[in-house]
Design a protein around this ligand. Structure first.
Ligand code: DGJ
Length: 740
């Protein structure tokens, strides 16, 4: 029984083969938290499991003091999970257990994206109702435990069952108390072109948090944190993961109190959030995905990868092999016409590319980024045959056709803005801050979403468009909606994201065969909320292979390779000016959804052949790269940061590809070995290097070797001094392993 209810102990125990989550209805009716972590046996009471001495005021808190839904102002002076202002202006709640029900499977959320099951046997859910009598507040908490993953999801609906309006000012999707603070906090932080770098710090007393108030999850911080022990490695030791299925403002916080306990909370950012609940109204909050692994960070990532690839992503493209694409952005920017695009498409087809993507600049009069966003009508100066004409010609070449859009934006110089200036976000009578010379449309207004659905359906419905890149290139300033009354402006940011989800839902439903890729100036909204609609995301505008090692490594902590768009670009790289070998650029981009971002007509004959071989190699291993198990071996965030290694292994462990990368070359290299992981120890593997270099390192490794040997001893990277001197900087090697 994966969820047990013990009426005597008043205990709810969610468990599967690896983890337990234990909740108890305390003597005073509050919902206590007993345990989340290693598996505990069922049919036992865990009422004795408390946090230990607590130095707040405890008459309401009972023993244990850990609560599933802590409230502010009642003697627990740590951060709250729920704050609701009642009609008298107070924010005190006494939430008591009312009922619960255990259901097989996982009921979907109503309006927000969430993980799901395809068969009831995959998970079980308990829904618990709590109520506060004086205000009439009713809270429905839902917890799901997945049968085969060390994961519990949690979501919440808050309803006003009273007779007067309530204001919700803080509603955390997850709140978890841990009995010590001997943890290191991991966050994925950065900025444009260096997203999701792994940043770590030991927990200290007080609050430490990451979040966003930009209107999007943002590249500054991802809606994910983890807590690991100092001794935890990639494959050993304890780690907790917290991930939010949400694309807007968020908070992820650890609060360490004077006694050294840790409270982790995660949800919509309370800053600027205020939601009016009229009598009878309710609000659904985003889903938090909590994971626990005692198999290190790799174990944590395995769980998130499987869940997000198989049961968050959905639709036609969830499991379908993703096409090798070429995107014209870095190849042409805004300067193209139909002839140029067809020349690029024909050259791409000859290389083996499967999908040609036309990026920004095809609509309105958009010759640069100062104009036309919102006018989703083809620019016939550039494309006289329209998008349909171009798409037909691209298809006639034997390629699929894809198109860039940026639905949420409007240029001041556009017909849409002239017709509907009030649709752009801003406060009347005040300056609107421009960024990239564009404004943001008020997606909280249904008429804006309706208009975009009609306009974009028209584009997608008229032409053979197989792929859409949905971009979003600036964050929100002067948050204010003319569609909301003054006392509801605190709802704006969340309503904006609900509007984005609504448009995504309608477009993906109307065009189920279209592959959507989300993008926000690269990875500025790379989050689980987006993945529920678009199974892949443009990982970063930074296409430099060396920078990508760190970006893709950090991203892989949570997100599977099937979600990471990764392209080979021209050199000197447009973001860093760096010159890296073509082979290295491909060896990095293979570990993701592979493509090119350049003008293929500019390749030399030699480069052309190299690219033909790269694409053939990727296609031959596409299933492995897109659906295999990704294993991190050597971190670019450790040591001098020059070395990186990772691998991908097929589910049956009979095939693997290992990527080894060196940024700056070292003179007189030592006997470097890379120990592999995830192989079958009893299998024998033929090791081959791709492409062949014919040198001593290739010869030293091109053997049939046991999986145990490859994991215990590893691949040898040492070379003679003279040989290594020829490698230069930014080299990469790929090793292909086939069980024999
Ligand atoms: C930002 C994206 O990340 C790029 O790939 C490109 O689509 C540009 N926007 C186009 O404006």
């Amino acid at each position: 029984m994966p969820i047990g209810w013990d009426p005597e102990a008043r205990q709810i125990h969610l468990r599967n083969g690896t983890i337990s989550y234990v909740i108890r209805v305390l003597e005073n009716g509050a919902l206590g938290h007993l345990h989340f972590g290693p598996l505990l046996s069922d049919a036992r009471s865990y009422a004795h499991v408390g946090l230990g001495p607590f130095h707040g005021f405890t008459n309401r808190l009972d023993d244990p003091v850990a609560l599933e839904l802590p409230i502010a102002g009642v003697g627990d002076f740590r951060v709250p999970a729920l704050t609701i202002e009642g009609p008298d202006g107070s924010a005190i709640l006494d939430l008591s257990y009312v009922s619960h029900r255990i259901v097989p499977g996982k009921p979907p959320l109503a309006a927000l994206p969430c993980t799901y099951v395809e068969a009831e046997a995959e998970a079980d859910t308990v829904e618990i109702v709590l109520a506060d009598a004086p205000t009439g507040t009713e809270v429905r908490l839902a917890y799901t435990v997945f049968r085969d993953l060390p994961i519990v999801t949690r979501s919440m609906v808050v309803r006003n069952g009273g007779g007067a309006a309530l204001d919700l000012t803080c509603a955390m999707s997850a709140s978890l108390d841990l009995s010590d603070s001997d943890w290191r906090l991991i966050q994925l932080s950065g900025t444009w072109a260096r997203e999701r770098h792994v940043v770590e710090r030991p927990l200290v007393p007080g609050r430490q948090s990451v979040g966003s108030v930009r209107g999007a999850s943002g590249y500054q911080h991802n809606p994910f944190i983890a807590l690991r022990r100092a001794s935890t490695t990639e494959d050993h030791g304890e780690v907790y993961g917290f991930s939010l299925v949400y694309s807007g403002n968020f908070l992820a916080e650890a609060d360490v109190d004077a006694q050294g306990t840790t409270r982790v909370r995660m949800g919509i950012a309370p800053e600027g959030f205020r939601w009016r609940l009229d009598p009878g109204a309710e609000l659904e909050l985003p889903e938090a995905v909590l994971a626990y692994s005692d198999a290190g960070l790799g174990g944590l990532s395995d769980a998130y990868h499987v869940l997000y690839r198989e049961r968050l992503a959905r639709g036609t493209w969830r499991a379908r092999p993703r096409p090798v694409l070429i995107n014209n952005w870095e190849g042409t920017y805004f300067e193209f016409d139909e002839a140029k695009l067809l020349e690029m498409a024909a050259a791409s087809r000859d290389l083996g590319v499967e999908l040609f993507v036309l990026d920004d600049g095809w609509f309105g009069q958009r010759d640069d980024d100062t104009t036309s966003l919102g006018d989703w009508v083809v620019d016939r100066r550039k494309l006289p045959g329209g998008i349909d004409g171009l798409a037909t010609k691209v298809e006639a070449l034997g390629l699929r056709f894809g198109l860039w859009i940026e639905p949420e934006m409007v240029s001041e110089r556009s017909r849409l803005f002239a017709d509907h200036p009030d649709w752009a976000i801003g406060v009347p009578g005040r300056v609107r801050t421009e960024a990239r010379q564009q404004l943001v449309l008020d997606m909280s207004r249904p008429e804006v979403v309706d208009h975009l659905f009609r306009a974009l359906s028209d584009v997608l419905g008229r032409a053979a468009v197989s792929y859409v890149k949905w971009d979003m290139n600036r964050n929100i300033t002067e948050p204010y909606s003319l569609g909301l009354p003054a006392d509801r402006q605190g709802e704006f940011f969340h309503r904006y994201i609900l509007g984005v989800y609504d448009l995504y839902r309608r477009l993906t439903a109307a065009f189920p065969e279209v592959l959507f890729e989300s993008c926000a100036s690269g990875g500025g909204r790379f989050d689980p909320g987006m993945l529920a609609f678009a199974p892949q995301t443009w990982t970063s505008d930074d296409t430099d292979a060396v920078e990508r090692l760190r970006i893709q490594w950090g991203t892989s902590l949570v997100y599977p390779l099937s979600s990471m768009g990764a392209h080979v670009a021209a050199v000197p790289n447009h973001q860093t000016g760096r010159l890296t070998p073509l082979a290295t650029r491909a060896a990095v981009a293979f570990f993701g959804v592979f493509g090119y971002e350049l003008d293929p007509t500019r390749f030399s004959a030699e480069e052309r052949q190299e690219v033909i071989d790269q694409i053939a190699f990727y296609k031959a291993h596409r299933e492995l790269f897109q659906r295999g198990r990704f294993v991190r071996l050597r971190s670019p965030f450790e040591g001098d940061g020059d070395g990186t290694a990772w691998m991908v292994v097929s589910p049956d462990r009979r095939q693997a590809v290992v990527g080894v990368y060196q940024a700056l070359n070292r003179p007189v290299p030592g006997p470097d070995r890379i120990r592999l992981r995830g192989l079958d120890p009893s299998a024998a593997y033929q090791v081959a290097q791709w492409p062949s270099t014919g040198d001593s390192v290739e010869r030293a490794n091109a053997l049939v070797r046991g999986g145990d040997d490859l994991m215990a001893v590893g691949l040898l990277l040492a070379a003679e001094r003279h040989a290594a001197a020829r490698w230069g900087d930014f080299w990469a090697r790929l090793f292909v392993l086939e069980a024999v």
